[in-house]
Design a protein around this ligand. Sequence first.
Ligand code: G3I
Length: 415
Amino acid sequence: MSKLTTLTLTALLLAMGNAEAQTTLRALADAKGKLVGTALPSQYIDNPASMPSGYQPTLANEFNVYVSENSFKMSELLPNAPANPFDVQISDLSTAKIDTLVARARENGVGMIRGHALIWHTQAPSWLTTSVTGWTSDQITAFATSYIKAVVTYCKSINDAVDAPVRIYEWDVINETIDKTTAKDKKRARRSAAKSSFGYRTGTWYDGVADRQAFIDAIFRAARNADPNLRLVYNDYGIEFYGSPKCNFMLNMVGGMVARGVPIDGVGMQCHFQGPDTSGAGGFSSSNAEKFRQTFAALRALGLEGIVTELDLWLQTDSATTEGKVTSQQLALQGDQYRLIVSTALSEPNCPALVLWGFTDAYSWIPWAWPGWGHALPFDRSYAKKPAYEGITNAIKALPAVVENKASSSTTTPP
Ligand code: G3I
């Protein structure tokens, strides 16, 4: 083969390689000034070498923001009772959990990490669920605010390091504190403006607080006091569609916080969506898209960002036991629906980030949490791109050059 042909071929291959690199989700998101990310399982964070060969390269190529699926939760960061639970110190925390994810991000050249979640009624350490029963309302608040101060202050020390390559730029301060109300609550709801069949969740370890909203305000203030630059988010599921009772209650709750000057920057919409069933029916529709768009508009009117924090779109399978098979029609429809979800969200000026709850069907909570459903993510179990991946990339390609984030000064510009 002549020298010239070799050179031409090499140039061609290089160009193809570059073209390929340019079309990765990560490159497209960077070009549009958006964050597109994924949740990471503890197995990868703790021991990346233990992952299948396709995991690391796909992760490194495709995403510019990470969130830990489990290791930033309280049961992981504070597994043992602190010396003084009403004044939690950094020394009480398992900070290595945070350092390890920062190390993974640094290895992949990713500078942005979302924290999930400071306060949640699930995955709370067993010592807490036992001891809290004897605490007063003030003691519960003192525990929660001091825990938040310790975690956020530790993360700030990482963020403030000289030209820090990685930042934990945002936290879900509290997750899923809204829920269907019981009869008892309905009486209380009738008194409050929000005549909704949704209200504050009960059955949580922090039920003992005298005033739930005052507790919520206090924990957001504690996070802001600990780090003035940190983005503060309320995160939940089932709040995506404008006009739904749960969305109403959420907007009423965060609207009240904004009115009272409580520091809050955005609302995380988890977006765990059921997609087409085995007949190809159902899933994310254009009317869903319209209601979804209206929720972003309502948040923008409050000066808040809307963040997609845990997106997956599940397909009904042909088996209720193992993760059964799906049809090529379902996979094609899933691609269309992912495109609609991503374009609806990322087209909104106050939607700076979209995070998937995993990226490969090999590591997804859906099959074990929702037997009979699965195949929820853009890469299959052997890391091959699914039509869902094309749907997501086509949606991002179609976005205007850089959507100016109108809700707030952009914190999402990668460092
Ligand atoms: O780490 C233990 C392991 O030591 C033990 O052998 C194994 C067997 O029981 O359990 C492992 O813990 C599991 C943990 O995931 C880590 O894999 C817990 O049992 C299991 O409950 C936990 O599930 C997580 C779930 O939150 C907890 O509610 C899922 O991975 C995680 O995807 C899910 O994420 C939540 C978001 O935080 C909030 N929104 C909904 C979303 C899905 O439920």
